[in-house]
Write a protein that binds this ligand. Structure first.
Ligand code: GDP
Length: 256
């Protein structure tokens, strides 16, 4: 193994070190003291330059944090390429308003979103009709809409195809099946429950327990325990109308 600088991606971040995936393995990396003073905190998704200090034990120093393409504060995540936005039409029923709000905020944060309609195994005839309308509505404005069942595994391949080679996270209101989908995608990973994560957060004062889980072909999907919904700092409606004058003209009929 060489000891020159190499780049990697932060998959876990703890108080005094982070775990960095590189082409030659996974390192426990400590940020340079100077780096800690000069930069904001490292977070998962950051691309960093490492200098290996011990190639046998996979220890390294983080020399530089490369510029972030995107940044989400809660939970802290850098360089997200894709948000897998999970919804369903029953248990809980779909809310166009929630979807619109989320999509709009995601756009404003320059995040790319795919919409997933989960729990299709539960759908009756009416549910399928509702799902078809939902799909048509959002495909019309340019979104990719996929259907899935965390129960049967149907549609998982299409979700993973979207995630290939990217850093993704799963978002959506409580109960739509985010954890079930993640468990299905990463059957060997031990997921912590939300309650336990919240206890840990309070107990040890670490900032985040978000980890990036690596799927094959270089895909990373965030596990964000304690957050049922990624928190996009919301934009005031008045500001929105100012940003998008079309809304003013088309009024409430406009999806955006
Ligand atoms: P989360 O709050 O979004 O993480 O949702 P969970 O993954 O905890 O799922 C909420 C409930 O819906 C659980 O009882 C799951 O077993 C159930 N569930 C999730 N996905 C599916 C699915 O695709 N089909 C069916 N039938 N149930 C599902």
């Amino acid at each position: 193994m060489h000891t020159t600088a190499m780049t990697g991606i932060v998959v876990e971040e703890w108080k005094n070190y982070c775990v960095v995936d590189t082409a030659v393995g996974r390192f426990r990396a400590t940020p340079l003291g100077a780096l800690r003073k000069r930069f904001r905190r490292i977070c998962v998704g950051d691309r960093v330059e490492l200098r290996v200090t011990n190639s046998d034990t996979f220890e390294a120093l983080v020399m530089t944090i490369l510029p972030r393409r995107t940044y989400l504060p809660r939970p802290p995540m850098a360089n997200l390429d894709l948000v897998v936005f999970v919804n369903t039409v029953r248990e809980p029923a779909v809310s166009y308003e929630t979807i619109d709000r989320f999509l709009l905020n995601a756009e404003l944060h320059e995040l790319v979103t795919v919409i997933v309609i989960n729990k299709i195994d539960l759908f009756n005839k009416d549910d399928h009709e509702t799902a078809r309308e939902l799909r048509a509505t959002y495909e019309r404005v340019g979104y990719t809409v996929l259907a899935s069942s965390a129960q049967t595994g149907e549609g998982l391949d299409s979700i993973l195809t979207e995630c290939r080679g990217k850093i993704s996270c799963v978002a959506g209101v409580s109960g739509v099946g985010k954890s079930s989908l993640l468990r299905r995608i990463f059957p060997d990973h031990e997921f912590r429950t939300r309650e336990l994560s919240e206890k840990l957060e309070r107990g040890v004062h670490t900032t985040t327990h978000t980890t990036l889980l690596r799927h094959d072909q270089g895909s990373y999907i965030a596990d964000t325990p304690g957050f049922s919904f990624i928190d996009l700092p919301s934009i005031d409606t008045a500001d929105l109308v100012a940003c998008f004058p079309e809304i003013n003209q088309t009024g409430t009929r406009c999806r955006f």
